[in-house]
Design a protein around this ligand. Sequence first.
Ligand code: SF4
Length: 454
Amino acid sequence: MQNIININNINKTLKNASKSSIDSILSKALNFKELKPDEIAVLLNIEDKKNLKKIYATAKKIKEIIFGKRIVLFAPLYVSNECINDCLYCGFRRSNKSASRITLPLSKIVEQAKILEHTGYKRILLVASENPKKVTISYLASAVKEIYKNTSIHIVHLNSAPFNIDGFKKLHNSGLGVYQLFQETYHPETYFYMHPGETEKDYYLRITAMDRAIKGGIKDVGIGALFGLYDYKFETMALIFHSRHLEKKFGSSAHTISVPRLRPAENTPVQKTKYNLSDEEFKKVVAVLRIAVPAAGIVISTRESAKLRNTIITLGASQISAGSRTSPCGYSSETGKRWLEQFSIDDNRPLDKVIQDMIHHGVIPSLCTTCYRIGRTGKTFTLKAYEGQIKNFCLPNALLTLKEYSLDNASLQTAKICDKMINKYIKNIKKYKLPDNLNLKIEQIINGKRDIYY
Ligand code: SF4
């Protein structure tokens, strides 16, 4: 374990955080100089409102320097809830007998993907429970390929159990975008308690999965922790150390860092713990991650309320899911069965409403998928992000995809709001440093062309 993150160091660092001034740490971060662990600990230990505000303002600035004002949207697609594990906090745990279980056949996966496609999504995240007999590598690779073949979804990501290098090679060859796996908790004792029957070997196989995924050819990997299982400061620091390990070894930081918070799930023994964090603490986690790992996408799920998500999208988050369902067949209502959900969600707004609210908060909703498809991935992506170049693609691409959404999927009201935002940017093309030919490309979309990008 010690070759990925040093657990003892995290605890010591948090306890003995330096006395460096908060202002000097934040200005160092704004100059994209790597913060030392004890400087990160200073930020994590802040509790007073005045200094929290400074952290939030810095996170917002860094996010906008790297990615601009866009936030990327995606939806999860659960392919299986048949799980062999018994994790104490998860609705899919094998001892939960309260609802139906299924591993979707490929035709059903495509059906669900088509529903998402017609709603307007261009990127989806397949989510699979752990079941080596049913959720095999070839099943997942076929699911990815079938979605590309039968829908206009441009990129498919995956959140699944870890595999060996050969397995990851097969997934990479299927055209997979980001491979995502959460450690859930980096604290070994808590890990073994929450995952009955799992051993040190399982912990190790999980924490080293990203190393194998990258060796298998997958350039973009997503890490995460389930906040609320253990101390949030510890988990935040561990995520940062994990990402730095990847950056040192492979040249690119974690492509995404997800910060799900523990939510009640049906028939689970752990619904709440003494480590549940407040909204303010959660906002601090997001902001500190943004400051410490500037090039990573920080992902906020629908586990959080609409109100909190509307705030967090201006504090450093760069990707959000929307309109999510957390059970297989979740996007079709006519199945007649109640399929087991992984956890309950708090933000039930459909994509259309989320887009309206984002625009209202001055954020540009983006359905862009360009980087994955043209090789701006891995090390290349991280370097361009640090150079401040990524936002030059993100902003025009967000507007192009928003125009497609406005024409193809939006309600009348949302279409008007989208068009107003697009026109504002087009009219001020110089001020926003947008490409001169953006207007021409918007015209091409109006005339029926699709999938145009920079
Ligand atoms: S340009 Fe790249 S980083 Fe920006 S939104 Fe598109 S895919 Fe993401």
